[in-house]
Structures are given as structure tokens and as C-alpha cells.
Design a protein around this ligand. Structure first.
Ligand SMILES: Cc1ncc(COP(=O)(O)O)c(C=O)c1O
Length: 396
């Protein structure tokens, strides 16, 4: 039983036996979950050997989580846990207003989602149909694809170009007669990015050739991009009907567990999307946390610098091991290790290092590695050397 705020911080920091017990139950829960997935013929995270500490670099999370201001705001919110988000203070409408101010737009240009995945799902429901396909890339973030397939709506998957970027021309060609184009920039899992001019030309071209098609530009990794040719597509979304930008607090803001995302678009486009929004989709904790995060821009700046440094370190380690990385503009690397992702993943897991899942059609050669802390990546680097060196040197 937690009686003090200090006690809660101890649990948050893993210093309390309650946290240890929770972790133990969570681990048992995970085993049951894994068994269930396997029974369904689905792949699960490989099991962790007993006594091995886990380094989780599989889900493109910020390994440090949110800053202290955000943690404080969550703790302060507990007395209002009994309230609906519209009925607590600050209310969810205040978060909408703060996001609008952050982007210099109006509240009617914003809709919140329980993570940006709610935005992605709603967009597929709003803009595709049995006659109007989803156009997406292969590989890219799969949520829109699986949502469309689940609804029985057609999906056109356009392979990436030779530099592992979204194939802009291929996607323009596929857009004729479609309902929605999903444009992930930077693209997960390849971390590649298109510059502002390419994105603007792309949107204008789709609008010209297929004016009824909606375009969803997912900028989940926006805060990590360092390429100066890149800019957000928010201004484009404000001036162009049926163009939406999705953003999330799950990545650089370190709040994946809080589940907050949002879309920005013209008011009529937001209304279309909001028809599918779940009522009260953001928790009171999420509202407080996101407001605190927006009030702490220095934390994001520091996170971007930290990520870039660790990313470079990790890339060098992989390249020294003959790995070939795509041009990463995110908090993860997509690397050609010339072996199946499953083999690399299982070998790393034996040492407690959990790397990303399969990304067809590159699952026989490429793995996705998220960027942890420098300490974690230094340990992971040792594991990568152990796992990769025998094969990479054998053929020389
Ligand atoms: C491109 C992309 N969009 C959206 C998401 C989902 O984020 P959220 O946690 O906001 O639902 C992810 C998560 O990995 C992602 O990679």
C-alpha cells in the first residue's frame, strides 16, 4: 500500500519491494500472454533467460521516459482519478488548447487520440471503404494496414525506393481511386525521411491526380529528426483539405505508457476523423502529463541530443561489424546484418538484449534496433559483437 508520494516515486524508480512484486506478476502475466500468442500461431517476444537483466530496444521507446516535471504532474493527479477527463482540472479541452498553441493553430484544428494509433485507426475508418483502398508503403508502420485488412478494405502496399525511403512516385501512382494514403515520415522501420519540398510536391501531386483522397502524414519521430531539409507538414495540413498530420507523446516525450497522440488538420477534416473517436479517450493522467511535457521544451531538446549521440555510437558499432544501416532520422536503426532478423533477435535475447520484430520483405536480412541509453547500448554492443563476429569474420 502506498501511503506517501515518496513511496510512489520509489515504485516508479523500481526501488520498492512492491515494484519487485509487480514486476514478478507482470513477468508471469507475460508468460501467459506469450503462450496465448503462440497458441494463436503468432510470434511473441523471445523469453528472457533467468537472472539476465533485460535491455529493451525493440519498441522505439525513449529509454529514459518522461522528465521529472511530467512525473510530478502524474502523481499530483491521483486525487482526481475518480473524475472524467472533461470534468477534472486541467480538463482535456485544456490539453487541446495547449497543443493548438504549441502549433499556432486553433483548437478546432486538433483532435486527441489514445496514442497516435487511435488517430491512424480512425483515419482508416473515416477515409477507406470496400471500394476505396488504403495506399501505404512496404515496410512501414503496420497499424493502418492491419486496420484496413480487419475492416475488409483493400490495401495497396508500395515497396520502398532503393534508398529505403517511401517511394513517392509509386505512392502517387497508387493513389488514383484510393481512399487514404498513409505517409510515414520518418518511416518506421527504416527511419528514413523525406525533405519538406518532396512532401509538399507529393501532396500537391496526389491532390491534383486524386483530389478526393485523404493523406495522413505520420510524424511520430518528428522530434528526433536532424536532417535540415525536413520540416513538419503541419502548415500543409492547415492549407490543404483532407490532409492530416499525426503526432504522439510516445516517442521523444517518453510517454508511450500514457497513450496520448493527436492529429492536426483543417476543421472539416478533423470533424470527419473525430466521428470515430472513442469518448473520453485520454485519461486524466495523460492530460496532466502532456500539459507538463509541453511546458518543458528543454527536456525534448536534451533528448534529441542524447539520442543522436547514442545513435551514432550504435551505428558505428554495427558498421564495424559489417552491418549496413539505412540513413536514420529516428530513435532506431534499420540494419542489414545479412541474416534473418529472427536468428539475430533470438541470439541477442539469450543475453537479455531484446531487438525488434520481423519487417517483411526484409526479414531475411534486416533487423530494427531501437536506441537505448548509452549504458544500455554499450552493453548491447558487446552482445552484438558476440553474436555477429564469428559469421562476419568467417568469410573474409
Ligand atoms: C510511425 C509510428 N506511428 C505511430 C506509432 C504509435 O504510437 P502511439 O504510441 O502514439 O500509438 C508508432 C509506434 O511505434 C510508430 O512507429
Amino acid at each position: 500500500m502506498l501511503r506517501t508520494r515518496r513511496g510512489l516515486f520509489d515504485v516508479l524508480a523500481g526501488r520498492n519491494s512492491t515494484a519487485g512484486a509487480a514486476a514478478m506478476f507482470a513477468a508471469r502475466g507475460h508468460e501467459a500472454y506469450v503462450a496465448e500468442l503462440q497458441a494463436q500461431g503468432r510470434t511473441a517476444r523471445p523469453p528472457l533467460p533467468p537472472g539476465v537483466n533485460e535491455i529493451r530496444i525493440s519498441s522505439n521507446e525513449n529509454p529514459l521516459g518522461p522528465g521529472q516535471k511530467v512525473l510530478d504532474s502524474i502523481v499530483k493527479k491521483f486525487p482526481e482519478a475518480g473524475r472524467y477527463p472533461f470534468n477534472s482540472s486541467p480538463a482535456d479541452s485544456q490539453l487541446v488548447a495547449a497543443i493548438a498553441a504549441h502549433h499556432q493553430v486553433k483548437p478546432e484544428n486538433v483532435v486527441l487520440g489514445a496514442g497516435s494509433q487511435e488517430i491512424l485507426k480512425s483515419a482508416v475508418r473515416a477515409f477507406t471503404s470496400p471500394d476505396r483502398a488504403l495506399v501505404t508503403a512496404l515496410p512501414t508502420f503496420e497499424n493502418p494496414t492491419s486496420t484496413a485488412k480487419g475492416l475488409g478494405h483493400p490495401v495497396k502496399e508500395v515497396p520502398l525506393d532503393s534508398a529505403f525511403r517511401l517511394d513517392v512516385d509509386g505512392m502517387i501512382a497508387a493513389a488514383a481511386g484510393a481512399g487514404l494514403v498513409f505517409f510515414n515520415n520518418p518511416n518506421n522501420p527504416t527511419a528514413t525521411v523525406h525533405g519538406a519540398k518532396t512532401v509538399t510536391d507529393f501532396v500537391q501531386q496526389v491532390r491534383k491526380e486524386a483530389p478526393d483522397v485523404a493523406i495522413l502524414i505520420d510524424e511520430a519521430y518528428h522530434e528526433y529528426v536532424t536532417d535540415p531539409s525536413y520540416q513538419t507538414a503541419v502548415p500543409l495540413a492547415l492549407e490543404t483539405p483532407n490532409v492530416l498530420v499525426a503526432r504522439t507523446f510516445s516517442k521523444a516525450y517518453g510517454m508511450a505508457g500514457m497513450r496520448i497522440g493527436y492529429a492536426i488538420a483543417r476543421p472539416e477534416t478533423i470533424k470527419e476523423l473525430a466521428r470515430y473517436k472513442m469518448p473520453y479517450n485520454i485519461s486524466v493522467f495523460g492530460v496532466a502529463a502532456a500539459l507538463a511535457a509541453l511546458g518543458d521544451p528543454a527536456h525534448i531538446e536534451a533528448e534529441q541530443k542524447r539520442n543522436t549521440e547514442v545513435l551514432r555510437f550504435t551505428q558505428k558499432v554495427l558498421e564495424d561489424l559489417d552491418g549496413k544501416c539505412t540513413a536514420s532520422q529516428g530513435n532506431f536503426l534499420f540494419v542489414d546484418l545479412k541474416r534473418p532478423a529472427k536468428d539475430f533477435r533470438d541470439a541477442c535475447a539469450k543475453h537479455g538484449v531484446m531487438v525488434g520484430r520481423d519487417f517483411p520483405p526484409f526479414e531475411k536480412t534486416h533487423s530494427r534496433i531501437s536506441i537505448g541509453t548509452m549504458q544500455e547500448m554499450t552493453k548491447a554492443a558487446e552482445v552484438f559483437r558476440t553474436v555477429l563476429e564469428p559469421t562476419t569474420t568467417a568469410g573474409r
